[in-house]
Design a protein around this ligand. Structure first.
Ligand code: NAD
Length: 249
């Protein structure tokens, strides 16, 4: 399938986990993919190689997205890379996937930890989108990776839950703001998903709460994100889709 032929996608946090699967899927279906990484340049280069070997186009782009100065320079690099790889600037799909989820109760959370969680999970997608708005073409797609933790009680993820609730709020506001350009803005809330982020200690407990009877894979979640990025999802905006196999229904 070549659903994304001619489209350009930026996926943050794409060197592993859910972001990696999203980047691979978009690349395999024809998109030119900017594979964003924080520190693991080698892993991002491997994903670029996989996409290129399969006949797609991709390049790696590094930044600590919790720092607005690095987000700004990431977009400068993106502009230059896109001139090289596609002959023009501009984006069609932005996936804000990078995130952190330290396991902390309210008593345990320091101000520094709170600020870091909000810098990565809220400030980063906010300023990524701010930079993307002037570059994204009409009928584009913005997808924010949220979490079910924003809509189900998680006492040991309280700052994380609050940060993902903020993502849901910004998704709604931006869907209204950008709708007149045909740009859709949606959020995907993964349930328990088998990546480095999921603590071993809660896997069995969460599995017992999933209607489909298992923990999700990164590819299960990527399927939903890629659907939202497609033209078929053009009539969905401002929505929060639970990608959870029916967790805690
Ligand atoms: P992961 O830890 O494998 O991936 C997180 C990615 O974010 C990594 O690539 C990491 O490099 C990147 N990242 C973290 N801090 C960064 C920074 N400062 N700058 C740039 N990149 C940074 O975990 P994952 O499960 O693949 O998580 C992807 C998204 O899914 C996250 O937003 C997470 O909150 C969300 N999520 C995951 C689960 C789950 O069970 N795995 C559940 C709900 C939501």
């Amino acid at each position: 399938m070549n659903r994304f032929k001619g489209k350009v996608a930026l996926v943050t946090g794409a060197s592993r986990g859910i972001g990696k699967e999203i980047a691979l899927r978009l690349g395999s279906e024809g998109a030119t993919v900017a594979v964003h990484f924080n520190r693991n340049e080698a892993a991002a280069a491997e994903i670029v190689r996989e996409i290129s070997t399969a006949g797609g186009k991709a390049f790696a782009i590094g930044a600590d997205v919790s720092k607005t100065s690095e987000v700004a320079s990431m977009f400068d690099t993106l502009d230059r890379e896109l001139e090289v790889h596609t002959g023009r600037r501009g984006l069609d799909i932005v996936v804000n996937n990078a995130g952190i989820s330290p396991v902390l109760t309210i008593e345990e959370t320091t101000e520094g930890q709170f600020d870091e969680i909000f810098a990565v999970n809220v400030k980063a997608p906010f300023f990524v989108i701010q930079h993307a708005v002037g570059r994204i073409r009409d009928d584009g797609r913005i997808i924010n990776v949220s979490s079910m933790s924003a809509v189900r009680a998680r006492p040991t993820l309280v700052a994380y839950a609050a940060s993902k609730a903020a993502v849901n709020g910004m998704t709604l506001a931006l869907a209204q703001h950008l709708g007149n350009r045909g740009i859709t803005v949606n959020a995907v809330a993964p349930g328990a998903t088998d990546t480095d982020m999921l603590p071993d200690s809660i896997r069995e407990m969460l599995k017992s709460r999933v209607a489909l009877g298992r923990i999700g894979t990164a590819s299960d979640v990527a399927n939903i994100v890629v659907f939202l990025a497609s033209q078929d999802a053009g009539w969905l905006t401002g929505q929060l889709l639970h990608a959870s196999g029916g967790q805690e229904l």
